[in-house]
Design a binder for this molecule. Structure first.
Ligand SMILES: NC(=O)c1ccc[n+]([C@@H]2O[C@H](COP(=O)([O-])OP(=O)(O)OC[C@H]3O[C@@H](n4cnc5c(N)ncnc54)[C@H](OP(=O)(O)O)[C@@H]3O)[C@@H](O)[C@H]2O)c1
Length: 326
């Protein structure tokens, strides 16, 4: 009997229901690849954007009419079950986590990944569910706050969207760095966001968020709900506006912000950083997790067969932390 694997295909851009389960022949690892039996994979806001083909200006890159690669999912955790003959970092039986990046196909039973990609040994104490989501909110917020924002002890930081995947990690990371954290969320999440380390929480549904004279060193707009021009009055003289959501409207602000004044708007596509650099950041993240200074927040866990429901839940825009399929 031929070995098979299950995966989820995106035959065209569209709603969650366009996701289609498929059975494929078992992937065979190339010389530098490992074959992973996936235990858990993330379902993220970015996965939803890929499924919808958004933003439109990215379609030449993603695929004009349908995703170029066609399979769903990036973040994953599982067990190595076979390796190519030139693989040095991993062996069958190793537990690993990481991300498929632009290869996609993590919402599946198995996947082959390059050993030199964003692939890390999974610590025993970390569950597959928690490991599967690390490359989304935790890694992204780490890169934004540490590398782009250069947040340090004593900084005043405002995190827009403190209850989401990026936001729940950002609040913890910023508080651990010794920053004075203010975060926004709706009333139902106030206590939760405080428990992550926010000294002050603003209910964005009823309070003014971006007041002039806010004097923030950093505003991290995790969801792209503001703009550089709206954030500027609330920034300190040399403040940074960080936003991981790239839109055509935001592009000029990012390209031109260095020309006038000292306030900056900054963007990075974290998945496009060199794998070696991302692995170094993940090592630092694992140290913080081991020291109980950081923990990925888990909202819902679905079976892999319910990927459509998981996408619909994420798309509703009110998840608390992360969602995985197992
Ligand atoms: N540049 C990169 O490399 C990169 C990497 C990863 C992700 N991203 C992008 O980052 C973005 C954020 O993703 P995410 O996964 O963190 O989002 P998410 O988890 O889906 O965000 C959900 C949260 O947003 C909160 N929320 C909704 N509207 C809000 C508002 N107006 N103000 C404050 N909070 C609000 C909700 O809280 P309530 O329920 O309390 O309303 C909910 O907890 C996505 O667009 C994703 O594509 C970029």
């Amino acid at each position: 009997m031929t070995a098979t694997r299950t995966a989820w295909h995106i035959p065209r851009y569209g709603r969650p229901e366009t996701l289609t389960p498929v059975t494929l022949s078992m992937a065979q690892p190339g010389p530098r690849e490992v074959l992973i039996r996936i235990h858990a994979s993330a379902v993220t806001r970015a996965d939803g954007m890929m499924r919808k083909g958004e933003p439109l200006f990215a379609r030449p890159f993603l695929g004009l009419r349908r995703p170029r690669n066609g399979l769903s999912g990036t973040g994953l955790s599982g067990e190595v079950i076979a390796v190519g003959d030139k693989v040095r970092r991993f062996a069958p039986g190793d537990m690993v986590f990481g991300e498929a990046g632009m290869h996609f196909g993590a919402n599946a039973s198995h996947i082959c990944l390059d050993e030199d990609g964003v692939l890390m040994p999974k610590p025993e104490a970390l569950s597959h569910q928690d490991a599967a989501v690390l490359c989304d909110g935790v890694l992204t917020s780490w890169h934004y706050l540490r590398s782009l924002g250069q947040v340090k002890g004593g900084d005043r930081i405002l995190i827009l969207g403190g209850a989401g995947s990026l936001g729940s990690a950002a609040v913890q990371i910023a508080a651990d760095l010794g920053a004075e954290v203010t975060a926004t969320c709706s009333a139902r999440n106030t206590r939760f966001v405080r428990s992550l380390g926010a000294a002050r929480v603003i209910d964005y549904t009823s309070e003014e968020v971006l007041q002039s004279g806010g004097d923030y060193d950093v505003i991290f707009d995790t969801l792209g709900v503001a703009s550089f021009s709206a954030a500027k009055p609330a920034l300190a003289e040399t403040g940074r506006y960080l936003c991981p959501v790239l839109t055509l409207g935001r592009l000029p602000a990012i390209m031109l912000s260095g020309l006038v004044g000292q306030k900056r708007a900054l963007f990075a596509a974290v998945g496009l950083e060199k794998p070696q650099r991302l692995r170094a950041m993940l090592s630092e993240i694992l140290t913080r997790i081991d020291q109980d200074r950081l923990a990925p927040v888990m909202d819902r866990i679905y079976p892999l067969s319910d990927l459509v429901e998981a996408h619909a839940y994420v798309e509703a825009g009110h998840k608390r932390g992360n969602v995985v399929v197992v």
